[in-house]
Design a protein around this ligand. Sequence first.
Ligand SMILES: O=C(O)CCC(=O)C(=O)O
Ligand SMILES: [Fe+2]
Length: 320
Amino acid sequence: MPEGAVHQSLPVIDVSPLMDASESGIRAVAVEIHAACTGPGFFYIRGHGVPDAVVAGARDQAARFFHLAPEVKANTKANQMHRGWHAMGGAVMEGAKKADLKEFYSMGLDLPLDHPVVAAGQKLRGPNQWPAEVPGLRPAMEAYYAEMMRVGGLLMKAIAVSLDLPRDFFAPHYTLPLQRTQAIFYPPQAPDDTDGFGVAPHTDFGCITLLWQDGSGGLEVRERQTGQWIPAPPLPGTFVINVGDLLGRWSNDRFASTPHRVVNRSGHERMSIATFHDPNFDAPIDPRALGATEPRYAPTTSGGHILECFDKAFSYRKKD
Ligand SMILES: O=C(O)CCC(=O)C(=O)O
Ligand SMILES: [Fe+2]
């Protein structure tokens, strides 16, 4: 099979024209993004300018963290702000029979406890939790997070243009974003485990997801037209981008979030780093603001929607 045949239905988009910000460059990328977001809902990007060293740093430091003893990792156990270590068994996707076979470490925008939105009690806000045993994790994840913020911002410009909006339409909604970066660790799935998933079929909660995956493979996307699961294999130097529920709702279903899942059949551990590039907590999510004349959804807020999804999916939110 020629290289590329496997992922022929998932386009690879060169986003480098977004960096010089010329009108024609943004338009050209916007056309490709529009086709991808109204089609498979998934695409790869290259030409994003994220240094290899930033990706390798985050991966290496996160791997060190995951290899610590569970009782050490538990010192940064996920809190109500969704920051820290989520042990195996804590995430159940909607409709799934079993918990996901994964553990993950989650960080977001680092706000001190005396920051006005934290002091005002806005949920999911506050400082990150860092493990003393892996001092390199913080600088590595912060550098990676900043790069995802940059690339996410570029993509949202092209998405705005692709939806016939001014290119900076989304920018005011990303001044204190709910963007979260999660390093995810999947143990090898036992060959006799036929109904387990690294991540059970789900759609992502937020606007767009930027995913780095290692070389193991295992990510699968449900093809819209056929309902078949197709692989989204690792392509060196790319990120996988997909539309989440919040952008589906905001765009009045012009863009749709596509179900995907992970099964780690590689026989060894798998790692990925998912970044959910989501707007400010109180960003109004109203299809009419994106041009819908017959809105299918009532207005909500970014934070309201994400909290609702978290409450359903994560056991740590149900305990205290
Ligand atoms: O690890 C992956 O490849 C995908 C992870 C994912 O779908 C998620 O965390 O929402
Ligand atoms: Fe996902």
